[in-house]
Design a binder for this molecule. Structure first.
Ligand code: ZN
Length: 211
């Protein structure tokens, strides 16, 4: 499933040993494939998405929307399992820095009930290896602790998570027109202009022309 065969074998053995259900094993596998390896945050992410789906009474076949509060690892579990992607605009990644997701089913109402699943720091205290890794402690030694960390994550499952019900605004379709940027001459949607220029000629410029 990834280009880390030893890691895959170890992870599969851990999942079998702990006896996690087939569906969650599949979620973990498809997330790892998308991410390119079974990172710790990704494993926790797969467990979080599985939990959120169950709380919503939803399946990956439903039209779901998710907000992810960190750009690290977690967005890939959401994309692989729940098919909320940045491309279909059903995934919003907010640079907040919390390991949390908020998921809801599609709704025509302006606001909808959603479930927010997050790592619970109090519950994490019982899981020393995960805690050491999660708080970015210098005591976490990747070389010797990576496999024990995987095992502890799979064993802990939902026991390190909590959830709350929240209300979120639903995305409304907005009308837009295409406009030409006066500086570069490229076409962009009008709502993306900043100070009458395209964002690439403004705050999001990321390249210099070389010829
Ligand atoms: Zn421009």
């Amino acid at each position: 499933m990834t280009d880390h065969p030893d890691n895959d074998k170890t992870l599969a053995a851990i999942m079998d040993k702990v006896g996690i259900n087939k569906k969650l094993q599949e979620y973990i596998q498809c997330s790892s494939t998308l991410h390119s390896y079974p990172a710790p945050g990704l494993l926790i992410g797969a467990i979080m998405v599985d939990y959120a789906l169950e709380l919503l009474g939803a399946t990956p076949e439903d039209k779901l929307f998710t907000v992810c509060e960190t750009p690290k690892c977690l967005p890939d579990a959401i994309q692989a399992i729940a098919h909320c992607t940045t491309g279909n605009k059903r995934l919003q990644v907010l640079p907040i820095g919390k390991f949390a997701i908020t998921m809801n089913l599609s709704s025509k109402e302006p606001a909808v009930d959603a479930v927010r699943v997050f790592i619970d720091l109090q519950k994490l205290e019982k899981y020393k290896t995960i805690n050491t890794w999660f708080i970015n402690s210098p005591l976490f030694i990747k070389q010797t602790m990576a496999v024990p960390l995987q095992e502890e994550i799979i064993t802990a499952g939902r026991n390190i998570l909590s959830f709350e019900w929240v209300k979120v605004k639903t995305a409304q379709k907005t009308k837009w027109n295409s406009v030409i940027c006066p500086e570069c001459g490229d076409m962009v949607p009008d709502y993306m202009l900043e100070n009458n220029k395209c964002a690439a000629c403004g705050s999001k410029g990321y390249y210099e022309k070389i010829y």
